[in-house]
Design a protein around this ligand. Structure first.
Ligand code: GTP
Length: 376
């Protein structure tokens, strides 16, 4: 734990209304991100780039937009990488502190570990949810209901992969159904990975061991009849925790489907972002919407986009095509190679004439031989 800070315990309720300035956010950023492997072998999920910006920057922007500037990152996996990317938060307009676990403590244990850094009301965000949820409206709902715990719920067409949350009268949480089979589906509202918790509830979480928010902490609140409400939002919401969704989140950002104040580095020209120091052959074409990272080189006759993201310092060979692909930094793409709807991590090398197709995820430093065909 660094820089503990004192908060008056009831500051958030002063004067009857909730003051977002006295709310602390705890972002759960300690998971191993197994579904996003191999990308997460070298870069933890909270800082995987979305349009070349570390994911957490989007969450910090959301918090800042709603007047929340005091943020704790609850970390356990690749902590130094997270710290190097996010620093003290100044660049993002927030004050960032870190609660670091010696051993992973799970989704509730990670919040418990931050208890000394938080004030009267805590906003907990999963560190893998891209959303433009109206946190201000959620705070008002929490205050109006005199709730002790409020959970943000979202509707999804196929809830079988998620935790269903059934609501009763006035939005009170009635039941959790984790990863239901089709016969158990009684509602389409799922746990969206954002909670408001009165600080005193954190004392209910046992210290020093793995505790799950969904399996242990929430059921305990229900059993003890704590005022526990669900707030259903109809905002953009996506769990970016799998490769397909990680890519989808970026397509949605490019299409303007997510309301965010974060934008990629560089100037917006013809519907695409181009950062500084790009060397582009006069015969290279960029099709909108795309994002090109600083210092990238685009060779003669190559085509980048639509819906391509090139990280910093990439090299795209002559006649190559990059479409719908997410390419991290320092990737070298050989002449006449094609990358479509795939994800390529840092410093991979794609041989000349190779084809990397839909669904392929290449790990950092991967080497694809010339003329190879991967994926669809
Ligand atoms: P998968 O392994 O792919 O499921 O990803 P994950 O490890 O991130 O797990 P999951 O998606 O269930 O985690 C939800 C959120 O909680 C993510 O933002 C994780 O970073 C975070 N998280 C998961 N486990 C821990 C933990 O032990 N400690 C902390 N601090 N955060 C955690």
């Amino acid at each position: 734990l660094s820089h503990p800070r004192r908060h008056p315990r009831d500051a958030h309720r002063r004067g009857g209304a909730l003051d977002p300035g006295s709310v602390t956010a705890v972002i759960l950023a300690g998971g191993q991100g197994t579904r996003l492997r191999p990308l997460t072998y070298h870069r933890p999920k909270p800082i995987v780039p979305l349009l070349n910006v570390p994911f957490l920057a989007y969450q910090l922007a959301l918090l800042r937009q709603h007047g929340i500037h005091d943020v704790v990152l609850s970390c356990s996996y690749m902590v130094e990488e997270v710290r190097a990317a996010m620093g003290d938060g100044e660049r993002h307009g927030v004050a960032l502190r870190y609660a670091v676990e010696v051993e992973p403590l799970g989704t509730a244990g990670g919040v418990r570990n931050a208890v000394d850094l938080v004030g009267g009301l805590v906003v907990v965000l999963n560190g893998d949810v891209l959303t433009d949820a109206d946190l201000g409206a959620m705070l008002r709902f929490h205050a109006d209901r005199r709730s002790a715990a409020t959970i943000y719920l979202t509707r999804v067409p196929d809830p079988t992969a998620y935790g269903l949350v059934e609501l009763g009268e006035g939005g009170r949480v009635r039941r959790f159904i984790e990863k239901p089979d089709p016969t158990q589906i009684t509602t389409d509202t799922i746990n969206a990975g954002a909670y408001l918790l009165e600080r005193r509830l954190l004392d209910r979480i046992p210290e020093g061991r793995m505790v799950s928010v969904e399996r242990e902490f929430f059921p305990g609140l229900l059993a003890d009849r704590i005022p526990f409400f669900g707030w259903v939002g109809d905002h953009y919401w996506l769990d970016i925790g799998s490769p397909a969704k990680y890519r989808q989140g970026q397509l949605d950002l490019l299409a303007g489907r997510v309301a965010t104040t974060v934008s990629p580095a560089g100037a917006l020209t013809d519907g695409s972002f181009a950062a500084e120091g790009i060397a582009m052959d006069p015969g290279a074409r960029v099709a909108r919407p795309s994002v090109i990272g600083a210092g990238s080189r685009l060779g003669a006759g190559c085509r980048v986009g639509p819906c391509a993201v090139l990280g910093p310092e990439c090299a795209v060979g002559a006649g190559a095509a990059v479409e719908g692909a997410i390419v991290w930094d320092r990737v070298v793409i050989g002449a006449h190679a094609e990358l479509r709807d795939c994800i390529v991590a840092s410093e991979a090398r794609i041989g000349a004439g190779a084809h990397v197709g839909a669904g392929v995820v290449l790990e950092a430093g991967a080497e694809v031989p010339a003329q190879a065909r991967l994926g669809a």
